[in-house]
Design a protein around this ligand. Structure first.
Ligand code: SF4
Length: 243
């Protein structure tokens, strides 16, 4: 049986639900967590799979169709593909997406697709091994790239998005490698605005590298043209003008 739909404060119908399945993570990104991690939640404070499924089931009856699974790092949660399977069976859920740092994706890609994940976003802030280590405090870029390859074998979840946080003083050097990565692979690269997350209290407004600055850096080397976007999309979309 359906229930009254959900609306936000601007009267817009809510169709998305974002579920953070754990506060834990196997990385320690400079802008997110201290090197020693955070005081993690007690197990009893974290929703069980059954509780998450119940929340999703109730909100789906109120019109939620898109469920985004995040963390922390979702794949560190034991038997995470089992949760995906439970949520994929909830009536009304049409889109079940995952945002991951990719470290455990090589292990879990097949199980996630089999369980019913429909979209995957992989967070990678640098394509250079030493700079990746500097930012995440983990020497794991090759492992993450293997994870990307593993999930990319499943065309059912294409297009796979690679998300890079745009940090002033860091991402300027990454812009061209990412543009060339987007050109030479099937992945869609997205630069994400640096927001105050902010376990390490590292955020300040002057660390935000704007989309305009990034576009200028790329456009000087690889001219860009704006592509159409969906009416409700928050991102602006560009493609390389020479194809
Ligand atoms: S930004 Fe993501 S990958 Fe990095 S420490 Fe935070 S939760 Fe983990």
């Amino acid at each position: 049986m359906g229930m009254d739909p959900l609306f936000d404060g601007h009267g817009r119908r809510i169709s998305d639900l974002r579920v953070s399945v754990t506060d834990r993570c196997n990385f320690r990104c400079q802008y997110c967590m201290p090197a020693d991690g955070l005081p993690w939640l007690e197990r009893a404070e974290v929703l069980s799979f059954e509780e998450i499924e119940r929340v999703v089931r109730v909100t789906a009856r109120m019109g939620v169709t898109d469920v985004r699974l995040t963390g922390g790092e979702p794949l560190v949660r034991r038997d995470f593909p089992g949760l995906v399977g439970m949520l994929a069976r909830v009536p009304g859920v049409e889109d079940l997406s995952l945002t991951t740092n990719g470290y455990l994706l090589e292990r879990d890609a097949d199980a996630l697709v089999e369980a019913g994940i429909t979209r995957v976003n992989v967070s990678i802030d640098s394509l250079q091994k030493d700079r990746f280590f500097q930012l995440t405090r983990r020497d794991s870029l090759p492992q993450v790239l293997r994870g990307l390859d593993a999930i990319a074998r499943h065309e059912r979840v294409w297009p796979i998005k690679v998300n890079a946080v745009a940090l002033r003083g860091f991402t300027e050097e990454e812009a061209i490698p990412f543009a060339e990565f987007a050109r030479s692979t099937s992945f869609q690269v997205r630069f994400i605005e640096f927001m105050p997350l902010d376990g390490d209290h590292a955020w300040s407004p002057d660390q935000v590298l704007t989309g305009e600055e990034l576009r200028e850096i790329i456009d000087r080397v690889h001219p860009l043209e704006e592509a159409p976007r969906e009416p409700h999309a928050t991102a602006r979309v560009f493609r390389l003008a020479d194809g």
